[in-house]
Design a protein around this ligand. Sequence first.
Ligand SMILES: Cc1cc2nc3c(=O)[nH]c(=O)nc-3n(C[C@H](O)[C@H](O)[C@H](O)COP(=O)(O)OP(=O)(O)OC[C@H]3O[C@@H](n4cnc5c(N)ncnc54)[C@H](O)[C@@H]3O)c2cc1C
Ligand code: FES
Length: 274
Amino acid sequence: MRGNPYLPALAKIVKTRRETPDTATFRLEIEGSGGLEFTPGQFIEVSAFGYGEAPFSISSSPLERSYVEVTVRRVGNVTRALFNMGEGGVVGVRGPFGRGWPIEEMKGQNLLMIGGGIGIAPLRPLIEYVIAHRNSFGDVILLYGARTPKDIVYKEELERWREHIDVRLTVDVGDETWRGRTGVVTVLLDDVEVDPRETYSVQCGPPIMIYFVTRRLVEMGFTDDRILFSLERLMKCGMGFCGHCMIGGKYVCRDGPVFKYSEVKGLLEPALVR
Ligand SMILES: Cc1cc2nc3c(=O)[nH]c(=O)nc-3n(C[C@H](O)[C@H](O)[C@H](O)COP(=O)(O)OP(=O)(O)OC[C@H]3O[C@@H](n4cnc5c(N)ncnc54)[C@H](O)[C@@H]3O)c2cc1C
Ligand code: FES
């Protein structure tokens, strides 16, 4: 999108898909534009008029230009308004903003992706890109952890992705239907055999997950510049002007949300274990 970056474009919610009891994926068609060009890992600011604006990772494939999707957990004012609007609702969209996953740098390498809960959202466009360019990457493993089987998002996609990449799931707490692994997502790292010198690890999830997964990856021999994650901070402008999202000297909205551990080491730990 071009023009004044503070002015949202209007977008219609053309489809919603309930993922879990409190999470849904919204498909947005931006009015009067040729679609949205973005890099996996970037985010948009979505406004529910009369309620406010909030940042969401773009969760759709970058190869699909006619619409953009966001996967939203209902937690407060803006997210509740989006759920109440449903299909046909009109929202504002600014962006895309931020720095996404360094796809060109990762080409030719193995990928170890780790997602926790709804944190898998910014990995979805990357996974779709990798599958569409499967020969450009080595072994690709996705480790995904959710609280319970009911909290697993992208159930359809996970089945489709299995045909192209190695998908491994765990839930913190199983139920009578669950036959898979239980335990937090780090348990899945126990069975992973990759050469850390030829692998990039990319992760997104709650701060506590990033903290423990990063510690484990370091123990496994990953260097700090091969440990990548997407961070969340409270944001306003989304463009590096207001300072709301700063950690240390970095603007999460502009310099991130994707960072290498080497870029935020030392700045990050107190924020992750808060
Ligand atoms: C770069 C980025 C990408 C994001 N991507 C997604 C996404 O793909 N899907 C998604 O559901 N959410 C995502 N979020 C978080 C999302 O922006 C917040 O959930 C949203 O702003 C909440 O707005 P609200 O008005 O509904 O809630 P509010 O009424 O503002 O707050 C409700 C509760 O949520 C807490 N909260 C608000 N914002 C955040 C936040 N950023 N991090 C942690 N807690 C928060 C508040 O402290 C409060 O307890 C992302 C945030 C960032 C910065
Ligand atoms: S949100 Fe304004 S500087 Fe990052």
